[in-house]
Design a protein around this ligand. Sequence first.
Ligand code: ADP
Ligand code: MG
Length: 565
Amino acid sequence: MQKQTLAFQAEVAQLLKLVTHSLYSNPEIFLRELISNASDACDKLRFESLNDAGLYEGDAELKVRVSFDKAARTLTITDNGIGMSQQEAIEHLGTIAKSGTRDFMAKLSGDQKNDAQLIGQFGVGFYSGFIVADKITVESRRAGLPAAQGVRWVSDGTGEFEVGEIERAERGTSIILHLKDDATEYLNAWKLKGIINKYSDHISLPILMPKEEWKEGENDQPGEMVTTGEWETVNQAAALWTRSKKDITQEHYDEFYKQISYDSEAPLATTHNRVEGATEYTQLLFIPAKAPMDMFNRDKAAGVKLYVKRVFIMDDAQALMPTYLRFVKGVVDSADLPLNVSRELLQESRAVKAIREGNTRRVLSMIEDLAANDAGKFKTFYAEFGAVLKEGLGEDFANRERLAKLLRFASSTTDTTTVSLADYKARMKEGQDAIYYITADTLAAAKNSPQLEIFRKKGIEVLLMADRVDEWALNYLNEFDGTPLQSVAKGAVDLGKLQDEDEKKAAEEAQTQFKPILDKLKEVLKDKAKDVRATTRLVDSAACLVVQDGDMSTQLARLLKQAGQ
Ligand code: ADP
Ligand code: MG
């Protein structure tokens, strides 16, 4: 056999060192990672077989087998999925191809304790095998390649790995872990079944283990468990979302969520439904408890996976969820789409449109439910995702009213971001006929704006807004429940019935009285200001800038300038 020794990509070497040397708090997740890779490999085979059924090589019963050899101290995970060619083994196991892992690497601090926690959060896939093994042998053959083109990949998890060609009749991959001295506990069927049950029950493939039987000891020897030579399925082997809700615990959902989202925390909310009607589908959707770092990137991949009749079709199916709900994770499985559906086709499909609308409604009711029944969770939700939700005002006209009800703001009379538009309306002064708001860079700037003086004097509440998206989003919300929204920074704010006759007269008088000065100021500022007016809106400050009604606000103008417009 021809062998070559290759060095890991520098980042992998660094990662491996970290994995092996950090006190890993949850070592058993290695099995979850390896089983999930086996399951991915079977998904890939199923998918490629749609165009080339020959890849099954007469064996379409995809499965994962987990077995161990006490004497040799090895634990082996075998799948009959897509397998790897020699080149693929070199690339996929020797370099970091996954962008998530690269992001992870970028966050490493060098501090072992923090970094170990990070690993726990991300899961480092294949390399987690080195938590329990001091050597890993991978044997594989890619579906469709001849038996002579199998590959063996061996590494002790330090700087290098070895690859060579082997003869391998079975398609797919075996991961053979040579267990460390302190990992003997994994040479135990009961222990392994427990881990599989905890982390991999929802995997839709059967996971098999050698069947064991109790054998009484002879001649006073103690009895022991012995293998019978048969295999038994040790998981439920049904994709979680296809199972009946009553058979699924929240722990199962949480575990499934963690696996698809790479999140270490449980989700904030979960919804699981079979939707019947013109378009039939199953939705299993989660709201995370924490926003990802790149949430404001609107091109960011969405988090919903698409399955058609339980066959995995694609990650990040953007067409299944509006952009402003891109933080939602989950799975949609529909029988009404063709298996060979492409991203382009998805955009045009009527079934997909129905699914997207259904998903949107469902997510909004999840949020409404939090708002109504769980103030603590709703607060977390709003702090993490409130700003993204506001994008929906401009994006989703059909649900604008529902969205508006979910918004919360700070105001000139409260210190927390908890005021709903309905709360505000309920507190409006008699005679007040608009919902007043002000936008600024920060809440403090909004709160201290001279434009609020008159409102404060009259005891009128003003909503304070400082999210980047507010200005833009509020353009799409002209009114709430019949009451117009009005920026206090625009034009001559008409306080309507709230302004008493005396004030109106005083304003008119001031206009005449100060005419000479105003004319002079207008002359001096003629390139800088459109108009200079005397006003009653200020109480303590001498002057303030306002924009003309219908013009861009100063805040929006600044934003656009920042964006280079
Ligand atoms: P991820 O699964 O997130 O891509 P991993 O580190 O778990 O990252 O695996 C790296 C890559 O190695 C996989 O993307 C896949 O290409 C390859 N791989 C790992 N395990 C298997 C397997 N059992 N069968 C085929 N390919 C595999
Ligand atoms: Mg993986």
